[in-house]
Design a protein around this ligand. Structure first.
Ligand code: DGT
Ligand code: CA
Ligand code: CA
Length: 579
């Protein structure tokens, strides 16, 4: 079991306990554990090889949860979780995936109307039975029906973060098989696409492919082998992810890597170009069309060179003008994770984060950052324990004191005073101006009422921008990749207004958000709207998610100059001045 699966089970336990109406503290401890596990850099499976000892020093993990981790890494099951699944109908977990339906609502549907799965919920909404419940009306039924539709249209693809973990673990395993000389995940994963249909792994092999295929099928996390050939096999992992593997001779490895990295559209365009040059590109190599003579294939660079191009970074291979740009020497200068100097979206345990301000700051310092903005939620976001005016003022004081301490110790690090203020349904902000004026970095975001019409939602966000009180529009489309479609909003209008008011747009690096997406980022770049790449960290290890943000930015052709948090603090502070 990989960390993401263990985290998922802890989330499920928390959900199931909440549906049951269990003690909220207990619920919270499982949610916290899920956050911590999601963020661990090291595989729990590896850590648990030393037994409970190996799990001793994970912060925020107590004895009960440690035992469950041990059990899961050893047996692949959690008896406590299994027990809960016997008490609560399993279909209810499906209901929780419907956007806007949390454990409390699911419990009401179950107890009052006997609804135990998504199909039941859909039927009840269509039969107008939900409106018989207190607090539910015609609007809520419409919302739920739309959310069910969204959910159905999105299932079948995996979140990039989870797919990376599974691919990484599989890759480590394959590398150890004798005869394997190289092993790289290709496909959409190598292009860092925001959702992954299946994982494609290439293995270069110096002798018999059959031995590699045996090893591949024997991977402990394989649920079943879908198909098996001499050089190509497909398996299904326990987590429900499909993996294709191809075994390739060394001399064709570059050609195969190029081919299986895709995208299909990029490959077709590249092949057309080769044809015009009298060449033929296939997964086996580049060949002269007439004579069939071999031209290139060992490395990707060779393949691109053979058609007169420099190597094109995988993130750009979507046939969005990259071949022309490569030809004319106009490829973007690729952003690097080392270019990022600070994180401007960080939560602490004052709202729904797992760590204190001091712990998060230490984590940011450890990453080599020069600054970090603490941006806890405002009071409208009740489930996240959002801060009211009084608590924000107290936090400001605490940050000032903390910065003083850092200064005295000679640390070149600054905590910016910030907030993630809710943009309410009417476009007003959830903190008074007197509070916002005291902050260095105000994020604003929509957290509810997602089903507004496009014109209403656009107006709502424009009003937030026009307040002149915000610096950054956080997760601008509100999408959750595996469960919620973006809300309808006129992004061109939002960007034009943002530019006018000096408001930056966030690229939220959380793997389930990646919001803005690649095409919106390209639009921002075109329009000259500055972008901030943030992690929305709720725990220390979430800082690592910056990698997903940076690679998504690369997919949008963003360069260092387009990203505000690549600037040193002084320059950043000037840019954050509100207009
Ligand atoms: P996914 O799995 O849906 O997230 O997206 P990909 O891009 O990983 O697609 P996949 O797994 O179907 O195929 C991997 C790569 O193999 C794809 O990016 C390009 C290449 N490929 C697959 N089918 C074709 C094809 O019919 N023509 C060409 N030129 N390339 C193909
Ligand atoms: Ca794929
Ligand atoms: Ca595939």
């Amino acid at each position: 079991m990989e960390n993401s699966e263990i985290a998922r089970i802890f989330h499920e336990i928390a959900d199931l306990l909440e549906v049951k109406g269990d003690n909220p503290f207990r619920v919270r401890s499982y949610r916290n554990a899920a956050l911590v596990v999601e963020g661990l850099p090291e595989s729990l499976r590896t850590m648990a090889q030393k037994g409970a000892e190996g799990l001793m020093h994970i912060p925020g993990i107590g004895e009960g949860i440690r035992e469950k981790i041990l059990e899961m890494t050893r047996t692949g099951r959690c008896a406590f979780h299994d027990g809960l699944l016997k008490e609560v109908p399993q279909g209810i977990l499906g209901i929780l995936k419907v956007s806007g339906v949390g454990p409390r609502k699911a419990a009401v549907f179950f107890k009052e109307l006997g609804i135990t799965d998504v199909e039941g919920l859909e039927k009840a909404a269509k039969a107008q039975r939900l409106r018989t419940l207190t607090g539910f009306g015609e609007k809520s039924e419409e919302r739920i029906l739309k959310a069910i539709k969204d959910l159905r249209s999105m299932s079948g693809r995996a979140n990039l973060g989870a797919a990376m973990q599974y691919a990484g673990a599989f890759q480590d395993y394959l590398k150890k098989i004798p005869g394997v000389t190289d092993c790289i995940p290709a496909g959409s994963l190598r292009r860092w696409k925001d959702s992954i249909g299946d994982i494609d792994i290439l293995a270069a092999c110096d002798e018999k492919a059959a031995a590699v295929m045996d090893g591949f099928a024997a991977y402990p996390d394989v649920r079943h082998v879908v198909s098996r050939g001499e050089t190509k096999s497909t398996v299904m992992l326990n987590a429900g992810l499909q993996v294709d593997i191809r075994v390739i001779e060394k001399k064709s490895f570059g050609a195969a890597l190029q081919y299986f990295t895709g995208s299909k559209a990029h490959n077709i365009a590249l092949r057309d170009r080769a044809k015009r040059m009298g060449l033929k590109i296939s997964e086996y190599g580049v060949f002269k069309e007439k004579s069939g003579a071999w031209a290139a294939g060992e490395t990707e660079e060779d393949v691109y060179r053979s058609v007169g191009l420099p190597w094109i970074p995988p993130e750009l291979r979507e046939n969005r003008g990259e071949i022309e740009a490569a030809e004319e020497g106009r490829l973007p200068e690729m952003l690097d994770v080392k270019d990022i100097r600070g994180d401007l979206h960080v939560h602490t345990n004052e709202s729904d984060g797992a760590c204190s301000l001091e712990e998060m700051a230490d984590g940011a310092i450890e990453r080599g950052y020069a600054y970090m903005a603490v941006t806890d939620h405002s009071k409208a976001v009740g489930i996240a324990h959002g801060l009211d005016e009084k608590r924000v003022l107290a936090q400001i004081k605490r940050i000032d004191e903390f910065n003083e301490k850092l200064k005295k110790r000679g640390r070149k690090f600054t905590v910016l005073k910030g907030a993630e203020v809710d943009i309410r349904a009417d476009g007003s902000l959830d903190h008074p101006d007197s509070v916002l004026d005291k902050l260095d970095c105000v994020l604003a975001a929509v957290h509810s009422g997602f089903s507004m019409s496009m014109s209403d939602m656009t107006e709502r966000i424009l009003k937030g921008i026009r307040s002149g009180k915000i610096n950054i529009l956080a997760h601008p489309t509100g999408r959750l990749i595996s469960s919620r479609e973006p809300y309808a909003v006129d992004m061109e209008k939002v960007m034009d207004e943002a530019r006018k008011y000096g408001v930056a747009l966030e690229l939220n690096s959380y793997p389930d958000r990646l919001d803005l997406n690649d095409t919106h980022l390209a639009l921002a770049r075109e329009k000259g709207v500055p972008v901030v790449i943030s992690t929305d960290a709720h725990s220390l290890r979430h800082f690592d998610n910056i990698l997903y943000g940076v690679h998504t930015a690369r997919r949008g052709w963003l360069e260092k100059k387009d990203v505000l948090n690549t600037r040193p603090l002084k320059e950043l502070m000037k840019l954050l001045k509100r207009k």
